[in-house]
Design a protein. Structure first.
Length: 329
């Protein structure tokens, strides 16, 4: 489970809820331009765009869940079980990339969404796990910059690149269903609804918000897609960074999972481990964790981006309270 959104104000913002049953040693990782990427089948990449995102570091290079590069291109992998399929055989014409390498492959060499599309059209996803301990993750990907969003899905019937006009993504079913499903909610409005029920007079709204009656509130992927899309497209943001950050985290907070509200098949609780938002125009990565609702930020451009060493910042998980009436607080 997960939800990602892309929104534009004065700057461009991209982020996601990471929904899972437990942590994965996640941390904010900055990859400088000269940190080498040795791909399993493709040629190595010794020079590339710098990037920042949340990743796992139990391996030689970061396994990003989502990231943004220094040019403002963003990418996130979201769970896509029962549908994701990767080829067991290499393609003799295209570049063969494992799913765990894909974010590095795209963000390392693409500055724009258009460049990413061209690269992905010539990329073949190969079923190579990182290791026996870190197997293949069933994913699809949300790629975005200020100009728009794409969805990449690799299924048994082929690899598909979809335009994403809503800038929102969740999990199953495949993306074409999600867009078609939104048509069921075309009647929703943030304003006061018109009386389409009958010609009977005297029917008046008894409160605000009745235009959104029927907006889904459950945690299923299709419902989260509709709710996040409705809130994102109707977001009244003033455009500055403070306003956009507040709006962004409120939208994702509306579809966040509270521990105990969703159980996985093995009985474990699924919850929103963290919520992140990157100001991709300025390279500023912000996040909250399940235990710590205050914003923590890491600035890509505050680091030496021409270096060769990864820069890591462990996630702030301890609950923090800003007291206003305690001395020394």
């Amino acid at each position: 489970m997960c939800t990602s959104i892309a929104m534009a104000g004065d700057d461009f913002y991209f982020g996601r809820n990471m929904d899972w049953n437990g942590g994965f040693s996640e941390r904010v990782v900055i990859t400088p331009r000269r940190y080498p990427f040795d791909f399993r089948k493709a040629p190595p990449m010794h020079s590339h765009y710098a990037m920042i995102g949340m990743g796992m570091m139990d391996c030689p290079y970061p396994l990003y869940a989502e990231a943004s590069n220094e040019k403002g291109l963003c990418m996130a992998g979201l769970n896509f079980p029962q549908n994701a399929w990767y080829s067991p055989q290499p393609d003799p014409v295209k570049q063969n990339i494992s799913p765990f390498e894909l974010i590095l492959w795209v963000l390392g060499q693409c500055a724009t969404l258009g460049e990413a599309r061209c690269l992905l059209e010539n990329t073949h996803l190969l079923a190579i796990p990182y290791s026996a301990q870190v197997g293949l993750s069933p994913l699809h990907w949300h790629i975005a910059d200020r100009t728009g969003s794409l969805v990449l899905e690799s299924t048994k019937d082929g690899t598909h690149i979809y335009e994403n006009p809503l800038g929102v993504m969740t999990n199953n079913p495949p993306f074409p269903f999600q867009l078609q499903n939104v048509c069921q909610y075309m009647n929703l409005t943030p304003g006061t609804p018109c009386n389409c029920f009958s010609t009977i007079g005297g029917l008046e709204p008894f409160g605000y918000g009745l235009g959104s009656v029927g907006l889904p509130g459950d945690f299923s992927p299709a419902s989260r897609f509709v709710k996040a899309a409705y809130l994102a497209v109707n977001s009244a943001c003033q455009g500055d960074e403070d306003s956009c950050l507040a709006q962004f985290f409120h939208v994702l907070g509306s579809v966040a999972m509270v521990r105990g509200s969703v159980l996985m098949p093995d009985g474990q609780c699924e919850m929103t481990l963290y919520t992140c938002c990157v100001n991709a125009s300025r390279g500023r990565y912000y996040y909250t964790s399940y235990q710590n609702g205050g914003l923590t930020g890491v600035d890509l451009f505050a680091e030496d981006l021409d270096g060769q060493k990864l820069i890591e910042y462990p996630m702030e998980k301890k609950t923090s309270v800003k007291w206003q009436n305690r001395r020394g607080a």
